[in-house]
Write a protein that binds this ligand. Structure first.
Ligand code: NAD
Ligand code: TYD
Length: 352
């Protein structure tokens, strides 16, 4: 069985590919444009595997996608490829429309054409799985119930709007053409190989460098955190057992304020790598200008995926964050390389 994975050189995609290859009976073709967020090094340990093929390319390149579909005859397409950072979507939204909307549309359309030409048996097993976000549902007040799959879409950032548009297209391709689609809407992920522009790795690396820990606004915004390999397991469950045309919310049942997340990172670092002065890393916390249109709270109701597919998160935030911090402590070379070039420019622009 072959799966065509897009955006597999990024954070979640690379964790997914590594996990799937360990299962042993699946081949992966990974198409990735290698934007600033994509890094072949994330998969250097599987590069030599006969079950793994890498192709540098854009999901919006219909010719290339057609070629890959015909050549590799995948049983599924899993779309991780996206521009994924909210702050970048505020600074320069155009790339988000190009990849998350237009690119997704071309990938979806090519997949539909490929699927239409399959024989009945292959048609029945084919799936197009769109990896999406809980951010499409908008922002919750503190007492609101968590997002369920029937919540209406109310995206508030260019990033979430582009992902919402993509989810609508996926829905339409199922409804109109019968393409066997699945969609996952997941909460905030953390874990190994996350690019250090996102909250958790940014805070870990700034703390280790003795730099300020920039908490936006009052730090009381709430996110639901999920360890990345739990997300990867959920995607596999949805791929194998999900009902065609359905969407599944995925989350960690682990709501925390940003300030509590940063404090927890400081606690774990104080234990694993105490600062040379002996002072807690917490003294580095600084409050900076809030993100425009900052969503206050995300929370995900995962009743459906638990009941229907038997998936539940395995890591608590406490265990997941320890593993994550240990990974960053053990992988200084990876950090040094991803923090050169484009990363420096972003940090200078965003944080001054
Ligand atoms: P990431 O930014 O780390 O990786 C994205 C990958 O896509 C990179 O390897 C990049 O090179 C590639 N890519 C970008 N544009 C491309 C294009 N036009 N063609 C081919 N490849 C392209 O993102 P991530 O955190 O791994 O997220 C993966 C997916 O999961 C995204 O669709 C994102 O919206 C979704 N998601 C992420 C989170 C999270 O917390 N990170 C949560 C829920 C959903
Ligand atoms: P982020 O990792 O960018 O994910 P998302 O915006 O998709 O939820 O940010 C998580 C939360 O952390 C979000 O509320 C914004 C906040 N944040 C900061 O307070 N400071 C920072 O430097 C960053 C990058 C994020």
């Amino acid at each position: 069985m072959t799966i065509l994975v897009t955006g597999g050189s990024g954070f979640i995609g690379s964790n997914f590919i590594r996990n799937v290859l360990l299962l042993g009976n699946v081949s992966i073709v990974n198409i990735d444009k290698l934007t600033y967020a994509g890094n072949s090094e994330n998969l250097s340990d599987v590069e030599g595997s006969r079950s793994y093929t890498f192709v540098k390319g854009d999901i919006g390149d219909s010719g290339l996608i057609n070629e890959l579909l015909i050549k590799h005859k995948p049983r599924a397409v899993i779309n991780f490829a996206a521009e994924s950072h909210v702050d970048r979507s505020i600074a320069s939204p155009e790339d988000f429309i190009a990849t998350n909307v237009v690119g997704l549309f071309r990938l979806l359309n090519a997949s539909k054409d490929y699927w239409s030409d399959l024989g009945q048996k292959d048609k029945d097993v084919f799936r197009f799985l769109q990896v999406s976000t809980d951010e499409v549902y908008g922002s919750l007040d503190s007492l609101d119930p968590a997002f369920s799959e029937t919540n209406r879409f109310e995206p508030n950032s260019p990033y979430s709007a582009s992902k919402a548009a993509a989810d609508h297209l996926v829905r339409a391709y199922h409804h109109t053409y019968g393409l066997p689609t699945l969609t996952t809407n997941c909460s905030n992920n953390y874990g190994p190989f996350q690019f250090p522009e996102k909250l958790i790795p940014l805070m870990i690396l700034n703390a280790l460098d003795g730099k300020g820990l920039p908490v936006y606004g009052d730090g009381q915004q709430i996110r639901d955190w999920l360890y990345v390999t739990d997300h990867c397991d959920a995607i596999l469950s949805v791929l194998n057992k999900g009902l065609i045309g359905e969407t599944y919310n995925i989350g960690g049942e682990s709501e925390m304020t940003n300030l509590d997340v940063v404090r927890k990172i400081c606690d774990v670092l104080d234990e694993l790598r105490p600062s040379s002065s002996g002072e807690s890393y917490e003294h580095l916390i600084e409050y900076v200008t809030d993100r425009p249109g900052h969503d206050r709270r995300y929370a995900v109701d995962i009743t459906k995926v638990k009941k229907e597919l038997g998936w539940a998160p395995r890591q608590s935030f406490g265990s997941g964050i320890k593993k994550t911090i240990q990974w960053y402590l053990d992988n200084q070379e990876w950090i040094d390389r991803v923090r050169s070039g484009a990363y420096r420019e972003w940090v200078a622009k965003q944080y001054g």
